[in-house]
Design a protein around this ligand. Structure first.
Ligand code: ADP
Ligand code: ASP
Ligand code: MG
Length: 410
């Protein structure tokens, strides 16, 4: 008998039919004698709908109230799933984040979990009651409702699993595991039996939304055994593991991020402090900056380029126009139709020439690389958005990731 945490995402609880199917699945697991705690997301599309409602009544962001609004999505699903379980003769009890003391810091909309109290959960589990916990939400020190950021239910599940010292945290979703690339974009993407925490963290932070990056970080830190698997069909899914000694492929997976934008300030004086004068006001906005490139010309001037999320593009340009005037820079320009494609693999550490292979493969398809950034286990390139899917497929093929490739790989 073990303790298992199940997390069901938006599609998995997207209708009452699906909630009933999830209840059947939980009942089956309980029948094995396992102690099961469940974390659920809001019904698919609900968080988007609530966000739009909030934006409709106020044109400036009001983070505290937005969190109260968004947290209501998960309140619906915990109640419905608990009712469906009770209907099946399985004892269950729903909990909002605050009711099981998922205590976070006070950063509304992007709160971090600091503490989870397990007293009530253990009590239920010991009595054969399934606690059904609202994902994505918590409560700060002053009792305000907070949310963890999009995809945050994954993080709630891992935090609950860590606190309960569960045998496994199972992220049940609408795909049957982690694939070599998003299977909705790359047709011959292949399910991985295993992927290391390190690689999964890169993939998640570089755009693979199958797991929220914060949840992977948390699972790695607290050594929570984490598995991604299908809600709808049985199968082993993908286990996220600590690194093994087996022969690692050079590239394990490819992630992509659409909805990016780049901004260039051209003809900036090449003197100390310029980067901070440009990026300072952006950081304080706060707008998140991803890649940064600075080219020095021979004439004492430089071009400074960086990328932001597409949603922040207009605002970033507005903030920078006065900075441009102040610096006497020649031009402020940008492109909000770019995307990032990244190849990831711990095997890169022991293989040279991965970047060249990627660049050659993209060149063969006539895809222009606009920016490049690398780390020990990843190479990211920025390309025009219209080439994103082609770049993704082309890199996937180049590194032999498709179905039928890489016999015996895990
Ligand atoms: P949930 O609502 O269950 O949290 P998400 O939509 O957040 O589900 O995540 C699952 C989706 O992640 C899949 O439908 C798939 O399109 C996408 N995805 C992106 N990259 C990958 C990948 N490498 N492997 C599997 N799925 C991926
Ligand atoms: N409902 C939230 C979202 O849509 C949290 C989650 O599903 O993980 O982002
Ligand atoms: Mg998700």
């Amino acid at each position: 008998m073990g303790t298992v945490v199940h997390k069901y995402g938006g599609t998995s609880v997207g209708s009452t039919e699906r909630i009933k199917a999830v209840a059947d699945r939980v009942v089956r697991q309980c029948a094995n004698g396992d102690r099961v705690a469940v974390v659920v997301s809001a019904m698919g599309g609900e968080t988007d709908r609530l966000t739009a409602l909030g934006r409709d009544v106020a044109d400036r962001s009001i983070p505290r109230e937005m969190d109260v609004l968004l947290a209501s999505g998960e309140q619906v699903t915990i109640a419905l799933l608990s009712m469906a379980l009770i209907q099946r003769g399985q004892r269950a009890r729903s909990y909002l984040g605050g009711q099981v003391h998922i205590r976070t810091n006070d950063h509304h909309g992007r709160a971090r979990i600091e503490e989870v109290s397990t007293e009530r959960l253990h009590k239920d589990l010991d009595q054969g009651i399934v606690p059904v916990i609202a994902g994505f939400q918590g409560i700060d020190e002053s009792g305000n409702v907070t949310t963890l950021g999009r995809g945050g239910s994954d993080t709630t599940a891992v935090a609950i699993a860590a606190a309960l010292e569960a045998d496994e945290c199972q992220i049940c979703t609408d795909v049957d595991g982690v694939y070599t690339a998003d299977p909705r974009v790359v047709e011959d993407a292949r399910r991985l039996d295993q992927v290391t925490f390190e690689e999964m963290l890169e993939l998640a932070s570089l755009g693979s939304k199958v797991l929220a990056s914060r949840s992977v970080e948390f699972a790695g830190k607290y050594r929570v055994p984490l598995r991604v698997l299908s809600t709808f069909e049985d199968g082993p899914g993908t286990l996220i593991t600590v690194e093994t000694n087996m022969e690692q492929p050079v590239v394990s997976g490819i992630a992509h991020t659409p909805d990016e934008a780049k901004i260039t300030m051209a003809g900036v004086p090449d003197v100390p402090g310029v980067a901070s004068r440009i990026l300072g006001p952006i950081g304080r906005a706060p707008i998140e900056v991803d890649m940064i490139v600075q080219n020095t010309g021979g004439d004492g001037l430089t071009d400074f380029t960086f990328t932001v999320k597409r949603d922040d593009y207009e605002r970033a340009l507005e903030i920078l126009e006065p900075v441009r005037l102040d610096l006497g820079a020649r031009e402020l320009s940008g492109d909000n139709k770019i995307a990032k494609v990244s190849v990831v693999g711990v095997g890169m550490r022991s293989h040279a020439g991965v970047a060249t292979r990627l660049f050659d493969a993209l060149a063969a398809e006539n895809i222009n690389i606009q920016m490049i950034s690398t780390s020990e286990i990843k190479i990211s390139v920025v390309v025009a958005e219209r080439y994103m899917e082609l770049a993704l497929r082309c890199a996937h093929t180049e590194f032999g990731l498709g179905e039928g490739a890489g016999e015996g790989r895990t």
